[in-house]
Design a binder for this molecule. Structure first.
Ligand SMILES: Nc1ncnc2c1ncn2[C@@H]1O[C@H](COP(=O)(O)OP(=O)(O)OP(=O)(O)O)[C@@H](O)[C@H]1O
Length: 265
């Protein structure tokens, strides 16, 4: 086993989508992520929890190289997606982000029609051959995002004219339109009311049938509701990773216990 390469080991366990080994992230000279090792499973929702500033978003952004867009940010270590190093020189970050989609805290639809918001990704990646195929992808993505019935009669209206919850579901439709394998969600419900939050949570549960989902959340209730695995971060360290029920009922590390019982936050 020890003679196997990291790639071979990751491939052997087929259910592992991402394998991160000894990951460090620096902003200038300051180290925001320290020696993180984690396997992220396919067709599973993994929640990242932890106090503000502990590095949840920084680590999430490593998984689709969004940190590349921050000049002072440097990532070290190995991050393998299906056994392939996503930081390899031959990997095109734009192609990677089609495979590893992202939904942000604040809904950020493009200043375009509802249709064009969803059609944008498939168009730039050449995923459809004609208008009929594109129409199909737009409809199926909006259905997956539980938004189709609300917008099917106004696909030409601007995406920015939708309610906050609808805009976030539009962003989810946009992310799933390129048929990603992984969906990263950075506090996707923080700008939403409880009804829209419930809709997005329901959606996350459905999406896990097809994708690996990683969600950063400040809400422990949300982590408990939507995820099967939970990772607790503290001061840039991954303190504990386990089944969500175990993390919330029987944490192994005293820091995890302090956080979930509200003693550190
Ligand atoms: N663009 C940046 N430039 C410099 N430092 C940054 C940058 N982004 C984050 N950091 C620092 O990295 C550390 C981790 O931040 P990060 O946003 O990843 O934490 P977080 O756990 O997601 O926090 P929150 O829950 O408040 O969103 C913090 O100390 C933060 O100040």
């Amino acid at each position: 086993m020890n003679d196997m390469t990291l790639t071979e080991r990751a491939l052997e366990a087929t259910e592992i989508k991402f394998a991160a080994r000894d990951v460090q992230v620096y902003y200038g000279t300051s180290r925001a992520i320290k020696d993180v090792n984690i396997d992220i499973l396919d067709k599973t929702v993994t929640a990242f929890i932890g106090p503000s500033g502990c590095g949840k978003s920084t680590f999430l952004r490593c998984l689709n190289r969004m940190n590349d867009t921050i000049d002072v940010c440097r990532v070290e270590g190995d991050i393998l997606l299906d056994g392939e190093d996503i930081y390899d020189k031959k990997v095109d970050p734009v192609q990677l982000r089609a495979k590893v989609g992202m939904v942000f805290q604040k809904p950020n639809p493009f200043p375009k029609s509802i249709y064009d918001n969803v059609a944008y990704g498939p168009k730039i990646h050449g995923l459809t051959r004609n208008k009929a195929e594109l129409d199909e992808v737009v409809e199926s993505s909006l259905r997956k995002a539980a938004l189709w019935n609300e917008v099917k009669d106004r696909l030409d209206s601007p995406g920015t004219g939708l309610s906050g919850g609808q805009q976030q579901r539009l962003c989810i439709a946009r992310a799933v339109a390129t048929s990603p394998e992984v969906l990263l969600m950075d506090e996707p419900c923080s700008a939403l009311d409880p009804i829209a939050t419930a809709q997005v949570e329901e959606l996350i549960d459905e999406l896990r049938g097809n994708f690996s989902v990683v969600i950063v959340t400040h809400s422990m209730q949300q982590a408990a509701r939507v995820s099967q695995r939970t990772a607790f971060f503290h001061l840039g360290n991954l303190v504990e990773l386990g089944d969500t029920t175990q993390i919330f009922t029987n944490p192994k590390d005293p820091r995890t216990e302090s956080y979930i019982t509200g003693r550190i936050g």
